[in-house]
Design a protein around this ligand. Structure first.
Ligand SMILES: [Zn+2]
Length: 77
């Protein structure tokens, strides 16, 4: 059975979409909310949706994860 691409929901990006981090022109693989992008200090030039290439998505995951872990560590003292 072949699944048709689901266009709704978060995460997936349609083909041909470009990463909109300032200074980057790679093909986007994921989209996230601008809030999340800002949290990871990715400059998307005020776009309403952050489209991220593989490298920037990885960076975002890394940064947001690290922030969360640091918070946890602080609590654990
Ligand atoms: Zn990028």
């Amino acid at each position: 059975m072949r699944n048709r691409a689901v266009t709704s929901g978060l995460g997936k990006v349609s083909k041909g979409e470009k990463c909109n981090v300032v200074g980057c022109a790679q093909v986007a693989v994921r989209s996230v909310s601008p809030d999340v992008a800002a949290q990871a200090k990715l400059d998307i030039g005020g776009a309403r949706r952050a489209y991220l290439c593989r490298a920037h998505y990885r960076e975002l995951k890394k940064r947001t994860k690290k922030d969360r872990q640091i918070e946890k560590w602080r609590f654990m003292g």
